[in-house]
Ligand binder design. Structure first.
Ligand SMILES: [Mn+2]
Length: 400
């Protein structure tokens, strides 16, 4: 097993293939347009993106169907574009671990795709998803992400949300049965977002997605794709969302970026906001507390500031990966800090050997009922979280 400090300083944070760092075509390919202004840099084509990402040290590239092939293009055009893309993948060794379907850009999806009131549009959304999944399989994708950007409403006068929720379930069930019938071994990763572009979106959080999965025909094939920005938009904890997904063995994919709480979806460079939140997230993903590490792709779903030229886009991409590796190193040093270990050991000690009676049996219920508890004494101890948190800050800042 490699340890970071075996390497000279300047090579310590170089991305490696087994880091499984990935970027979407739409992330480094983002030309800097926003709802108020035109693009600020040239659009680069998918083949150039593949070569650029390979030079940066990324492991893979992800895509929406329409990032690669324009909406409504002919079969012949499609084959030519996909052929060139596959050639670039072969030349660079880049993988396509994840594919997804654009069910939000075209006006036909203005009132939802899987949750459109119009069954004809719901059927078209299925057809587009099937084509997109087929292309993903052709490119080697193992995970299909579903982000329902238009699956929501500005007003609840138009449809009953219970219908919409049911239609979404019908669609995921349909596609999971279809994938199964094709003999493909794919995973579906469902991505939540509270709002934007819709006023409100159904299944607004990772927690609501986790419950939704338990209602599906093939729950074993479905997990979640939490995004830092999406959880933070609601003011919720990304660490808690990811922990719940990991504990349920449902973290199938992850979208790393940064976000100021309560704003529009900023998709900032990973670690550029809330560095302590990013630290505890990386610590979770890298394995801590006796739990294994997450070993799926780590996808940076973010884009460079609008102020940047193409050079700045690659600065952005390298920055995402470098910050992840720096935080992984800091998380490791925090976990191995003797003072951290000592405080945690003390707070978690079971000196009266009580953990055995905390799972239910009739005997344990009787033991709990007749226990001589002393809440006054128990409330006296300070937990030293001030010290623990400061130690975390010192590790992040590099002073410890
Ligand atoms: Mn986002």
């Amino acid at each position: 097993m490699r340890t970071y400090n075996l390497y000279p300083m300047n090579e310590m944070y170089q991305p490696e293939k087994n880091d499984k760092f990935t970027f979407g075509l739409w992330t480094v390919g983002n030309p800097g347009g926003d709802p108020f202004g035109l693009p600020t840099r040239e659009k680069i084509n998918p083949v150039q993106i593949v070569h650029g990402l390979a030079e940066c040290g990324a492991y893979g590239v992800n895509l929406h169907d329409n990032d690669l092939i324009p909406f409504g293009c002919s079969q012949k055009e499609k084959q030519a574009v996909v052929g060139k893309f596959k050639e670039a993948l072969k030349e660079t060794g880049l993988k396509v671990p994840m594919a997804t379907t654009n069910l939000f850009h075209h006006p036909v999806f203005k009132d939802g795709a899987f949750t459109s009131s119009n069954p004809e549009i719901r059927a078209f959304a299925l057809q587009k998803s099937m084509q997109s999944i087929s292309m993903g399989v052709e490119l080697g994708a193992e995970t299909i992400v579903f982000w329902g950007g238009r699956e929501g409403a500005e007003t609840d006068s138009g449809k009953d949300p219970r219908d919409a929720i049911g239609w979404y379930r019908d669609a995921i069930n349909f596609l999971s049965h279809w994938v199964n019938d094709q003999g493909w071994n794919l995973k579906f990763a469902l991505e939540a977002k509270p709002n934007e572009p819709r006023g409100d979106i159904y299944y607004p959080t990772t927690g609501s997605m986790l419950h939704f999965i338990s209602t599906l025909d093939k729950p074993e094939m479905c997990g979640v794709n939490p995004e830092v920005a999406h959880e933070n938009m609601t003011g919720l904890s990304m660490v808690f969302a990811v922990a719940q997904a990991m504990e349920a063995s449902k973290l199938f994919h992850i979208d790393l970026n940064a976000q100021k709480i309560g704003r529009y979806d900023q998709d900032l460079r990973f670690g550029s906001e809330d560095i302590k939140g990013a630290f505890f997230l990386v610590r979770l993903l890298e394995g801590c507390g006796g739990y294994p590490k997450y070993d799926g792709p780590k996808h940076f779903d973010a884009h460079a500031y609008r102020t940047e030229s193409q050079e700045g886009v690659w600065d952005f991409a390298k920055g995402c990966m470098r910050t992840y590796k720096m935080l992984a190193e800091k998380a490791n040093s925090f976990n191995n800090d003797p003072e951290v270990k000592e405080i945690l050991l003390k707070n978690h000690s079971d000196s009266n050997n009580l953990s055995g009676i905390l799972s239910y049996s009739k005997e344990n219920a009787e033991a709990i009922r007749s226990m001589n508890a002393n809440p006054e004494k128990l409330s006296k101890a300070g937990l030293q979280y001030e010290k623990l948190d400061q130690i975390a800050v010192e590790h992040i800042m590099g002073t410890r």
